[in-house]
Design a protein around this ligand. Structure first.
Ligand SMILES: Nc1ncnc2c1ncn2[C@@H]1O[C@H](COP(=O)(O)OP(=O)(O)OP(=O)(O)O)[C@@H](O)[C@H]1O
Length: 505
């Protein structure tokens, strides 16, 4: 299957003629790649601070629009990264000559489809982006920010066109209906449902959701937000901890902290995502702590997510950690194979695509880290199938996803191989590097050398060095001896295969 960037003629045609869904997928694929390059070029921290919140907009002629949620961020990104974004997009897709940076358009919660932007949730982002800003109960504040620190834009930056701070971003795709429940997330799901039905119930306030990257914390928070908003007269505010900090800092600069506090304390439900971001940000933590207390005291619901449990969030003030753990703490565990299969089936069904069980099983076996990556892989497969009109076979899957699959290959170290083989053959690990030549020791050592060549990218001299500074010819000899034995002796072959599988799993 041809690569999108390499086959530029075919691609340019497809881009021009593509229907909106295909166009969205094409842009997502390229944006994902650009984000990976940006992370490398500007560094993870800078990327997360300034670029992670960019969402894809539409494309018109040769101009692509990218959205940022606040004027502050838009101005900063424009002043610092404009030419980089232009250059990267142009090198990905020569048809794009200009990148326009704009504010994310507003959408009403009752009409999530009314947004005109493509609204892509980039799979590389740790925080979901929205199809627009969904304003549940907008509050009007008008900070006019004069920035002074060297890390901030020098231009005057009015946050969110004056609609600070309670403008809430909810992604209409993240509902309870399309959250797939399995063993690893059933408790968090049940707690979230409960809070959505009866907010501020004793024992469930605050609700603290925690778990690894891309396992559905944000999804559940948005789902709670939608349920509550649907129910009627409840004001919900959702923001990432990062945004909480920006807004807090902006309010200090514009001398509007009182308004900020009042607005924040007037909501019925406050949701703060990725709280771990506040580690080391003492002033913002302090402000959050006071907001937290004021809201809980007033009987309002607080929902927080983080990557660790309150007790493990070292770096957060003790008093805050204690209070965070006072309500319901629900963790989301890593996905199981069964859950990954169910998620793939549901996502394929909602995209109206038939994918063979073999391909699903392959994906669920290979991409085990998080749902975001699994979803990204599936979207990429679907986009390729749509673009080139080819069925999604196992071979096509391996080809299209070769880079993702490669990064998921387990990296086994020579030390691990030595340990496992020594354990299996009942010898000491030190015998792997010793000078002893007795068969009982030499054969396992040869097996370990053979597996080191098979399972790592180390050269023969490097392997030799790790085995007590042996010469590369010794390693060569070991490999050919073990290969011979595998050919001749099926029991021996099975044994080596078993070891290999144990090391790869
Ligand atoms: N159980 C699930 N069912 C359906 N989709 C899911 C499920 N879990 C996660 N997802 C999807 O995976 C993607 C990542 O999820 P989400 O953003 O909620 O993760 P997160 O835990 O908040 O990650 P992070 O720690 O990076 O903020 C989203 O597109 C979400 O819809």
């Amino acid at each position: 299957m041809s690569d999108l960037t390499e086959d530029s003629n075919e691609f340019t045609l497809s881009l021009k003629d593509a229907d909106p869904a295909t166009l969205k997928s094409i842009l997502e694929i390229h944006w994902e790649r650009i984000c990976s390059r940006l992370k490398i070029e500007v560094g993870e921290v800078e990327y997360r601070t300034w670029l992670q919140q960019i969402t894809l907009g539409g494309i018109e002629e040769d101009e692509l629009t990218l959205y940022l949620p606040t004027r502050f961020l838009r101005d900063w990104v424009r002043s610092q990264y404009n030419s980089k974004l232009n250059q990267l997009w142009n090198s990905e897709l020569s048809q794009i000559r200009r990148v326009e940076l704009a504010l994310t358009p507003q959408t009403d919660i009752t009409s999530p489809d009314s947004s005109t932007n493509i609204g892509v949730d980039t799979t590389t982002s740790s925080q979901p982006q929205t199809e627009g800003n969904t304003t549940l109960k907008p509050a009007q504040v008008k900070p006019s920010v004069q920035t002074t620190t060297p890390t901030s834009p020098t231009a005057e930056a009015k946050e969110d066109d004056g609609k600070l701070p309670l403008q809430t971003q909810l992604d209409p795709r993240f509902t309870f209906d399309n959250f797939i429940v399995g063993k690893p997330n059933e408790f968090a799901y049940a707690c979230s449902r409960r809070v959505a039905e009866r907010p501020s119930s004793p024992g469930f306030n605050p609700l603290f959701l925690y778990g690894g990257v891309g396992l559905g914390k944000t999804h559940l928070m948005h789902a709670i937000g939608f349920e509550l908003a649907k129910a009627g007269n409840i004001s919900v505010s959702y923001m990432s901890a990062e945004k909480f900090m920006y807004r807090f800092i902006a309010s200090i600069r514009s001398q509007s902290t009182i308004e900020f506090k009042e607005e924040l304390r007037s909501v019925d439900v406050l949701m703060i995502d990725d709280l771990q971001f506040l580690i080391g940000k003492d002033n913002t933590q302090e402000e959050f702590f006071h907001t937290f207390n004021a809201l809980i005291d007033a009987g309002r619901q607080i929902i927080v997510s983080a990557d660790k449990s309150p007790s493990d969030l070292s770096g957060l003030e003790d008093r805050l950690r204690t209070r965070l753990g006072c309500g319901m703490v629900a963790d989301i565990h890593a996905t199981t194979y069964e859950l990954r299969i169910s998620i793939l089936e549901a996502k394929a069904a909602s995209a109206n695509v038939v994918i063979s069980p073999k391909v699903m099983e392959f994906l669920a076996h290979k991409i085990t880290t998080n749902v975001r990556e699994l979803e990204g892989a599936l979207n990429r497969l679907i986009a390729h199938a749509n673009l080139f009109g080819r069925p999604i076979t196992l071979e096509a899957t391996q080809e299209v996803l070769h880079d993702i699959l490669k990064s998921h290959e387990r990296r086994v170290t020579i030390e691990e191989i030595q340990r496992k083989v020594a354990e299996h053959c009942n010898i000491r690990q030190t015998d792997m590097t010793s000078a002893r030549r007795a068969r009982a020791v030499a054969r396992p050592r040869q097996i370990a050398m053979y597996l080191a060549k098979q399972l790592t990218s180390r050269s023969l001299p490097e392997i030799g060095r790790k085995f007590g500074n042996r010469d590369h010819t010794t390693v060569m000899h070991a490999i050919s001896r073990i290969s011979e034995l595998i050919e001749k002796d099926s029991a021996f072959a099975e044994d080596v295969e078993l070891l290999r599988r144990m090391l790869e799993s």
